[in-house]
Design a protein around this ligand. Structure first.
Ligand code: ZN
Length: 312
């Protein structure tokens, strides 16, 4: 059949329509693909953002947990220290009993034997705050003191202010060395100590940029060891060396009307006037109705009576 011009036109037109359709479908698919890709990318970006936020929150949670652990630890430490402080002071009984505490710092010395003999004759017990280096020089002294019924406490290994009060690391090193030494010598850890110069030692400020005294007291108490100062200074470390009569008078004056004085004296190797004064002090105080005791972590009313003037 011969084609008419009309059918030719129709053929041509439908051909064009077909390609046109293919083109439109392709464009549509491309557009859909692009939109899909853009949407997916946006979603991916959003998810990554959320992931990153979650990671940040997780890190923050970890940090908070760690901070919480630190705070809990600090709280426990403070609670422990508070409990120790309370146990120190809770035994205070102001019942008017007159009891005096003789304390001897800075020994042992070559006179320790004589001092122990004198205390035995006077039938009183005392408390010794010893220096580690002197213990090494007189290795049997602290055992003799303890076996005679006296109490041995920590004073300092070196007693060198420029070293021990320079910083906490030095203080701890010096203190721990004597603590461990006495624990080994006496088979029991010491429970009391006396800071060289007292807990409010103003001289220590010369040797440090930041005063460490309060931190040192807290640290010592945290170990369950009680620092004990004094409230009656015999003045026997002063220069010139006082006579036994001067020491007795000074002690009586310093005691005044106190019912439970902690008397500061020294176990020095270069003088015997302190030892000679001991029987006289005992006699005088006994005449006033005093008995004599040794210090312990629970001794009533001897907690923190620091003096401004430093001991030697
Ligand atoms: Zn001392």
């Amino acid at each position: 059949m011969k084609s008419s011009p009309f059918s030719d036109l129709l053929k041509k037109t439908s051909h064009i329509h077909f390609y046109h359709l293919i083109f439109l479908v392709s464009v549509a698919l491309a557009v859909i693909f692009c939109v899909f890709t853009v949407v997916q990318s946006a979603r991916l970006g959003e998810t990554e953002k959320q992931l990153s936020t979650l990671r940040g929150e997780a890190a923050r949670a970890n940090q908070l947990q760690s901070e919480l652990q630190d705070l809990t630890k600090k709280y426990d430490e403070v609670s422990n220290r508070l409990a120790i402080k309370q146990s120190f002071s809770s035994t205070h009984t102001d019942n008017g009993a007159k009891i005096a505490y003789l304390t001897f710092d800075d020994g042992p010395s070559k006179n320790t034997g004589l001092l122990l003999q004198t205390l035995q004759q006077a039938n009183v017990k005392a408390t010794f705050f010893v220096i580690g280096l002197n213990c090494q020089e007189f290795p049997n002294a602290v055992k003799e003191e303890a076996s005679a019924g006296h109490v041995v406490g920590i004073h300092s290994w070196t007693h060198k202010y420029p070293y021990i009060y320079a910083n906490m690391a030095n203080f701890k090193q010096d203190f721990t060395q004597l603590h461990d030494y006495l624990t080994a010598q006496l088979n029991t850890p010491p429970t009391i100590c006396r800071f060289p110069g007292g807990t409010n030692n103003t001289v220590s400020k010369k040797y440090t940029k930041e005063p460490i005294m309060q931190e040192a007291v807290d640290w010592v108490e945290g170990m369950g060891i009680r620092p004990i100062d004094w409230d009656a200074d015999a003045g026997d470390a002063e220069s010139p060396i006082p006579t036994k009569e001067q020491i007795v008078q000074r002690v009586l004056k310093e005691i005044g009307h106190k019912n439970d004085p902690v008397i500061l004296m020294h176990d020095f190797g270069n003088r015997t006037s302190t030892i000679e004064a001991v029987p006289l002090i005992v006699q005088q105080l006994q005449a006033q109705g005093f008995s004599f005791g040794t210090l312990s972590a629970s001794t009533p009313s001897t907690l923190f009576k620091p003096v401004v003037k430093a001991a030697s």
